[in-house]
Design a protein around this ligand. Structure first.
Ligand code: IVH
Length: 677
């Protein structure tokens, strides 16, 4: 269900994007600002990045700036453009070779196979037809049988020879290879495309070749389709001849004997992958002899004589260029490794979290280290291990700053009352809005989904408004200078009016959300709820600033010494008191509602697993509780409904199925809540 909702949102955005794209290209009309158009495109890219299941042929990541394939004439490939089977491990390679030996009726002991090992560039394949040495037609792969005639666009690529006069150049040949964009050139386009491959694909299929010309596309040749009059007998010689004929070939191509030696080449390439100026996603191994290739032939859609040994889709090897310190809302200093950008499963990763000071110490991570970076699902990329063999002799231990890089206050490691140990995290000792970085993060938290939930007030906007000195404290959100904002790039009448509306509509806020939004350390949603229930009316909470009677909070079941110390700290800061005063005046904070015990969902229990879409867990929980339903935290016989969001915990869903518990999705719970008015 959530998947469907996400897909729907994604499709709507694509539809809107293509509407404006068509207007622009066909009618030269811009109904929205360029920046709004770019924003839309960015949103689509971000969705694709986040949810790998989203795919559309109409996506701007594939079709940007041109009309889709109906613009190009379709032409059949004389020899189909096949794909390759994949190997993911040494075992897969051994099995590949076994199949080859069996097919050829040969044994390993007596016969050694020679391979052409070629880095697999992650780009777009193209077929170039030469007749009597002249480049006549260029096709995309299309569905493998029929491609699109993109001759004019391919002609703009400098690496593609237009006339070849070499004596041994075949009378007719279809040279095939990969069109790609170099990583250094991708840097300039990285806001528009998720990865270099998408950038190459978009550029190659521009409607107007003049637009293709603006993008520095490259071409590397590696195979051929139909040919007449070619006197070359193996792949490696073919590659050498491609060079002589004026094509570019991959400098890392190698001739390797025996499958055992393929692995060392694989590791070598994996190690230098981040230093290459082009993305590779594996290595293609081709049996060198054309005779053997012919004997082996094809299976379905792929040749029996070749295989692609893919690199891991969730990890890669890179080098730490620098270690940055980021400062969070609670002053926590988080070290982040800036790494040589590397494409891991289609996403270009250039940052990896190092978690905290202790983690750096434990793994002895240093600037200059060669590391294995993992990126799995939605988790922030992180470093799994350091290759100590690659460490230089003059490498130095990383010294964690003892002063906050933002405000220069000393940094401290607090004593944790629960664990009775010092925290692993080092923090900026300045409390609250005095530290610029902390202040920005506090405002981001204030407007976030579970707090004020101000739509259209994202993190980037907070940062931008801060830079423009439009914001310093949370109350400034409610007195923004919209005249100044309208003059800023990326803002139009419509977006301003949307923002004004979202801000206005959030002035009326529940007591618990308000407390949560203040970002007091250790006061998350649950604690904010407890505190709001205890005080019932906001006035009582504000009175704390005068009464300073914090010990009364001990009466709240669930609030302990840690939370009370943190609230004390919060109320002992002058700026915080000023913020509270202003917000009390500006906002309409509702009293906390005493929950009725006899609502329509009384005796019903619910549990949520997975991510919800467009609504927070906290909001669903509070809606259920308002109707006297209760939330429990484990699947047991007591549970009536398991609400399943995106990426749910499989164990919970399985347990619920086994106990025949009702499993419902987000739409269904909303329906239940709507019905039980
Ligand atoms: S040979 C029948 N050689 O990989 C042989 N392909 O999954 C098929 N690729 O569509 C092509 N580098 O886009 C070959 N050195 C290389 C390659 C290569 C990249 C791509 C190509 C193809 C895909 C197959």
């Amino acid at each position: 269900m959530n998947k469907n909702l996400i897909k729907k949102r994604y499709q709507e955005k694509i539809k809107l994007f293509n509407h404006h794209n068509k207007k622009y290209y066909d009618e030269n009309i811009s109904e929205i600002k360029d920046s709004e158009f770019d924003q839309l495109k960015k949103e689509i890219i971000e969705l694709e990045r986040k949810y790998v299941f989203l795919k559309s042929k109409k996506s701007p990541t594939i079709t940007v700036g041109f009309k889709p394939s109906k613009n190009f004439k379709k032409i059949s490939h004389k020899v189909p453009m096949l794909s390759l089977s994949n190997a993911f491990s040494e075992e897969d390679l051994i099995n590949f070779e076994k199949r080859v030996f069996n097919f050829l009726n040969k044994t390993r002991e007596k016969f050694e196979i020679e391979y052409s090992a070629e880095p697999k560039i992650d780009g777009i394949s193209a077929s170039l037809i030469y007749k009597k040495g002249k480049f006549t037609t260029g096709l995309s792969r299309g569905d493998g049988k029929e491609g699109e005639d993109i001759t004019e666009n391919l002609k703009t690529i400098d690496d593609i020879p237009k006339n070849i006069s070499a004596k041994n150049f075949p009378n007719e040949i279809d040279v095939r290879g990969e069109v790609f964009i170099q990583n250094s050139d991708f840097k300039k386009l990285k806001d528009k495309f998720a990865n270099p491959r998408n950038a190459a694909s978009g550029s190659l299929r521009q409607k107007n070749p003049e637009d293709t010309k603006k993008i520095p596309l490259k071409f590397i040749a590696y195979t051929f389709g139909h040919e007449e009059g070619m006197k070359i007998y193996n792949q490696y010689d073919f590659l050498k001849n491609l060079d002589l004929w004026g094509f570019k070939t991959n400098p890392y191509n190698k001739l390797i004997k025996g499958s055992k030696n393929l692995m060392s080449n694989y590791y070598q390439l994996e190690n230098i992958r981040d230093q290459l100026n082009f993305d590779i996603d594996g290595i293609v191994y081709k049996i060198n002899s054309f005779d053997l290739q012919k004997r082996l032939g094809n299976v379905a859609n792929a040749p029996r004589w070749a295989i692609a040994h893919k690199f891991s889709a969730n990890s890669g090897i890179s080098k730490i260029l620098n270690i940055d310190i980021q400062i969070g809302r609670t002053g926590a200093l988080t070290p982040v490794a800036k790494i040589n950008p590397i494409n891991i499963g289609g996403v270009v990763v250039s940052n990896a979290t190092l978690h905290n000071e202790d983690e750096i110490k434990r793994k002895d991570i240093r600037v200059g280290d060669t590391v294995t970076v993992e990126r799995a699902g939605d988790v922030i990329p992180h470093i799994i291990s350091v290759d100590l063999k690659k460490r230089k002799n003059d490498s130095k231990k990383f010294i964690f700053p003892n002063k906050c890089p933002s405000c220069s206050s000393i940094t401290v490691k607090e004593f944790n009352l629960t664990t009775k140990k010092k925290d692993a995290v080092r923090r900026c000792s300045s409390e609250g809005f005095e530290c610029e970085k902390v202040a920005i993060e506090k405002i981001k938290h204030f407007v976030s989904k579970d707090a004020f939930n101000i739509e259209g007030f994202g993190k980037k906007i907070v940062e931008n408004f801060w830079k423009q000195k439009l914001l310093k404290l949370p109350q400034d959100i409610f007195t923004l200078n919209f005249i100044q904002i309208e003059k800023m790039e990326g803002w139009g009448k419509q977006s301003i009016s949307n923002l004004k509306y979202s801000i206005e509509s959030r002035k009326d806020i529940s007591f618990e959300r308000f407390i949560y939004a203040l970002g007091i350390r250790h006061i998350g949603l649950e604690n904010a709820k407890l505190i709001s229930k205890y005080f019932r009316i906001p006035k009582n909470f504000f009175a704390l600033s005068k009464s300073l009677n914090f010990d009364e909070l001990l009466e709240i079941d669930g609030i302990g010494e840690t939370q009370i110390n943190s609230i004390k700290n919060f109320f002992s800061n002058k700026t915080n008191l000023e913020v509270l005063k202003k917000l009390e005046k500006t906002l309409k904070i509702q009293n906390s509602i005493a929950l009725t015990k006899d609502g329509p969902l009384r005796d019903k229990t619910f549990m949520i697993t997975g991510k919800l879409n467009g609504i927070s867990r906290a909001e669903i929980k509070s809606l259920i509780e308002k109707k006297s339903g209760s939330i429990i935290s484990s699947v047991s016989k007591k549970l009536d409904y398991l609400i399943v969001g995106e990426k749910p915990t499989k164990r919970k869903v399985d347990a619920a199925k086994q106990s025949k518990i009702n499993i419902i999705n987000q739409d269904e719970i909303i329906k239940i809540l709507d019905k039980t008015q």
